[in-house]
Design a protein around this ligand. Structure first.
Ligand code: ZN
Length: 165
């Protein structure tokens, strides 16, 4: 049995104990969280978010690309969120390689560089959080920018530290 098959058993048990019913579509806390996909980071548990409370957007690094701007524009313009929380974390995999080396390794394996552009690795957590905040603030399609705050989560002790913009 694959891991996926085992997890599908969990999903059936989840449905059996599901009592929330159909919650409203707009997030109840009017907040969007953009965080790294790291398996040691649980944004909902960390921030005390319940089902229906927030949009949680995740990718490798928690970086701001065009697709995150797309999701944030939809979150704010169509679904009523007004605050944005960015979360990077210590010991992030994105600190361990360069875009060029990764693209070259893919090219060596497949014969071509990735069609999706650059991996968006970074060398400094705080610098990338600040750059991410700046990129959101510069984006015209995102209307609410009064509360765009960035943080670094420590995977070793569970603490969350704000990065001054
Ligand atoms: Zn990470």
């Amino acid at each position: 049995m694959s891991t996926t098959d085992q997890l599908l058993q969990n999903a059936r048990a989840y449905a059996d104990r599901f009592t929330e019913g159909s919650l409203p579509l707009p997030p109840a806390q009017h907040v969007a969280v953009l965080a790294c996909m790291d398996a040691r980071l649980d944004p909902q548990a960390l921030l005390g978010l319940e089902l229906g409370d927030a949009h949680v957007i995740r990718n490798a690094g928690g970086v701001v690309t065009d697709d995150e701007l797309r999701s944030l524009a939809i979150s704010q313009r169509l679904l009523g969120t007004t605050e944005i929380i960015l979360i990077h974390h210590t010991d992030c995999g994105m600190l361990t390689f360069t875009d060029e080396d990764f693209a070259e390794a893919i090219a060596a394996d497949t014969g071509s560089r990735p069609g999706w552009g650059t991996a968006r690795a970074f060398g400094d957590l705080d610098d990338d959080v600040r750059a991410s905040i700046a990129r959101i603030r510069e984006e015209p399609s995102i209307p609410h920018k009064d509360s765009v705050r960035g943080f670094v989560y420590d995977v070793a002790d569970g603490t969350l530290r704000e990065v001054a913009a």
